[in-house]
Design a protein around this ligand. Sequence first.
Ligand SMILES: Cc1cc2nc3c(=O)[nH]c(=O)nc-3n(C[C@H](O)[C@H](O)[C@H](O)COP(=O)(O)OP(=O)(O)OC[C@H]3O[C@@H](n4cnc5c(N)ncnc54)[C@H](O)[C@@H]3O)c2cc1C
Length: 458
Amino acid sequence: MKYDVVVVGAGTAGLVSASLLALEGKKVLLVEKHKYLGGRAMEHRFRGHQIGLGSHLVEDPGDSLTKVCELMGLTLVHSERSDSMPFWDKDHWGPIQNQYSGEAKVGLKRCIEALMETPYEELDTLDHLSMREWMSKYTKEEGAFLVWEAISILEQITDKPYDHSASENLYVRKMHYEKKRTAGYSFWPMGGWEKLWKDMAAKFEGLGGEVRLSTTVKRVEVVDGRITGVTLKDRDRPDEDDDGEFVEADQVVINAPVWNIPELFEEGVLPFNLLQRVKMLADNRNKACWLGYWIAAKEPVIAMSEREMASFQATPRTGLGGFTLNFTGYDPSVSPKGEYLTCVGAAFDATEHWGDKAWIDRKFEEFWLDIEDMMPASKGALWKKKHLVTTYGVINKPGLVGAVRPDAEVREIEGLYLTGDTTRSRGIGIDKAARSGITTTEVLLGKRLPQFADTVRY
Ligand SMILES: Cc1cc2nc3c(=O)[nH]c(=O)nc-3n(C[C@H](O)[C@H](O)[C@H](O)COP(=O)(O)OP(=O)(O)OC[C@H]3O[C@@H](n4cnc5c(N)ncnc54)[C@H](O)[C@@H]3O)c2cc1C
């Protein structure tokens, strides 16, 4: 059997790309090494609660994943959005609005107006800059910086003023102001992620697509600078160094993140400059990291309100910035009746602390004491579960975003395409991955899809 396209990986971008290609009449095989769909946006049950690897809200204002679902005959129901953004001010929570009165409010307004007048393409010239450097042209007020930087901690997990990328953050602010008239828009998919990915895969199969789970692509095959197909690891003999199963295809879309790309090729096949960039981006010290707790309790563990996105720049003991989010407030069905689920995370800089177990253990301890002080309902927790996140993605710091990331098309190898949040795309997490899936599909097809004419490309 020969396929038009093999998609390697059924994460968000792989599912989006495979779906759109099938809709366009391509014969597509989607191969996923895990037994579940969704990649880093997978989801599972823990003590009756529906939890993912992390805190998966999505920032799509309607023109990326939501639209792909629509085209596939699915409805992605957005939960109600956050009704407030509490901010931790040294020793208490207060509305973020308290941080920018007077001149700061005027300064922030100037930034918003300037951003609305800046075309998206111009943001592509800001990959080297921090958001603060861009904002400084319009205001010198700390309160104005703080508002967008607090959102940036929630969204991009960057926490130092010079680490919030201008191009990446301004793209999202502009998109959300334009499409939703708000600084930050995020929602939980009602019904949860697992259901969505399964529904999407079923629709894809309905269009003639094939999905192979628990199947690893061992090698992407390239002969004379052209894709010929992929070799799959033998499922029955996964540890054997045999030839595996060859699947013929003219085109391959790789959804595997940059840290998995080099292993897919024979040495010397990937162009030197691409491989160097992939390796640089894949360096562990360029990953967005946080440490956090899942907390289940009989009463909501919150800062101020049940459906909030709360942010802090420094907790009393850890000194780290981060977020807290009560999932049950967005979708009561994620928890057993009478229980509430909260996720709290504190971002840390991998360049300083990657692999420093003693430091990380200490911060976990300090963080729990901070949480008890900041959200006293946590003292009555039914259970708490630590999580150390090291695979959120390549961090969106200046110099690590935009043009430095691999393009959708590998021009040196005919028929090879890349997709996913670690490639060149804009936005946050799942939304970024979905946008990348759309872009890659359009590049592979050599045309823009009319349904996405209004969707901004990088
Ligand atoms: C803990 C955590 C919390 C997060 N919270 C949020 C959030 O709140 N909001 C948000 O928007 N984003 C969040 N993210 C980020 C978001 O999950 C990712 O940005 C997004 O899921 C990336 O999708 P992707 O398709 O680019 O890549 P992936 O999801 O990584 O998909 C790649 C797929 O390729 C597969 N693969 C790799 N190699 C092979 C191979 N050789 N053969 C076959 N298959 C292969 C992998 O198994 C995987 O399924 C979070 C991430 C983590 C880890």
